[in-house]
Design a protein around this ligand. Structure first.
Ligand code: TXA
Ligand code: MG
Length: 341
């Protein structure tokens, strides 16, 4: 089965496929998701197979209007209501206690009493969900372990032949996956399980105290979101992070040159202009800007990883681990296996 790239005008083809229990990748503001009817157990099982994803890793339920969460939970704290009003549709995933475990197939929840919900900020995908008359699971539509896809072409590269189609909504604007916030902690203080474009400060400004799951700040801790423990985002080419002083960049380039390695540069244009002797360059941003860099990070890792580029090592620009920089560095550190030059 050749995977179809589906033009927005032909959204009905995507809707019909979802209704038949097939898999269709959909665009969101963060990354492309791998969509299947969340109430169809057989379809959801195919999602794990297509991605090669470990099956104890629960999926996010994507909804097209805020009221839909009430089908699954009776436990929406006041703070969650405020967050939904402020940030949905948008890159924030909320975890709630389920009414009971039978409201969703256990392949969706990984057998947990809780489930993750998100209303993506993409008109085309909101229509897809609504017209499909259901809710959709949507893990990132990459082969497990590779960088998440931010264009329909990335999805096609990873999953051609394994899924019915990709609804092509162009390039994603945010570029990294949503902030995952657990609303079920017993003391009532929500916990960020995965950092994203919506920052801790933005959340606390609205609802007060918010905690960061300990593994995000310290590598030794076991994460509470099952998905955060797996290898992620890694291209085949080794990635090395560079602290952004010019002499660090130049030293790293000289070092790899000396041992005969082809160096690929993943940085801002400002940084690149100062450097010599690299094989390829992918522009993360014009001047160093974390939102722009975040938008292009996964695409850049994929681009420099193409075998025909013959790059031996990718040197990547870093940002301070605060605000959006925390989300950027969380992905980059995984891609680089924590290695700094
Ligand atoms: O931006 C996004 O969130 C993208 C787009 C496509 O919507 N989706 C996405 O899904 O990143 P996925 O499956 O790759 O990541 C879901 C994360 C995983 O880390 C998973 O372990 C966690 O959410 N998760 C899901 N349900 C959970 C639950 N009940 N408790 C704790 N963590 C949960
Ligand atoms: Mg993923």
């Amino acid at each position: 089965m050749e995977t179809k790239i589906i033009h927005p005008n032909n959204i009905k083809e995507a809707v019909d496929a979802i209704k038949r229990g097939e898999l269709v990748s959909f665009p969101t503001e963060t990354v492309y998701g791998l969509g299947a009817d969340a109430t169809n157990e057989t379809a959801v099982k195919q999602v794990y197979l297509a991605k090669g994803r470990p099956s104890d890793n629960p999926l996010i339920v994507h909804i097209s209007n805020k009221e839909q969460v009430n089908e699954f939970t009776n436990d929406i704290p006041e703070k969650a209501q405020q967050l939904m009003d402020a940030f949905w549709p948008g890159p924030l995933t909320l975890i709630f206690n389920l009414k009971d475990t039978s409201v969703l197939p256990s392949v969706v929840t990984g057998g947990l009493q809780t489930a993750a919900f998100r209303m993506p900020n993409n008109e085309l995908t909101l229509q897809l969900i609504e017209q499909s008359n259901t809710v959709l699971v949507g893990p990132s539509a990459n082969t497990s372990g590779l960088p998440s896809p931010t264009t329909a072409k990335h999805v096609y590269h990873d999953l051609n032949g394994k899924i019915f189609g990709v609804l092509d909504g162009g390039a994603c604007q945010v570029g990294v996956e949503s902030t995952v916030l657990d609303m079920t902690s017993v003391d009532g203080v929500p916990i960020i399980l995965r950092p994203g474009a919506i920052t801790k400060d933005q959340l606390s400004e609205l609802i007060g105290d918010v905690q960061m799951d300990r593994h995000i700040l310290s590598e030794g801790e076991a994460p509470k979101a099952p998905g955060m423990k797996y290898k992620h985002y890694s291209p085949n080419t080794p990635v090395i992070m560079i602290n952004n002083q010019l002499n660090n960049w130049q030293e790293a380039i000289d070092f790899y040159r000396k041992i005969g390695k082809n160096v690929g540069i993943l940085s801002s244009e400002t940084t690149r202009k100062k450097l010599e002797d690299y094989t390829s360059f992918y522009k993360l941003s014009e001047i160093a800007d974390v939102s722009e860099a975040m938008r292009h990070l996964f695409a850049g890792l994929r681009e420099l990883d193409q075998p025909e580029k013959k790059i031996d090592v990718i040197l990547a620009e870093t940002f301070n681990e605060e605000d959006k920089g925390l989300a950027y560095m969380n992905r980059l550190k995984k891609a680089a296996n924590q290695k700094f030059f």
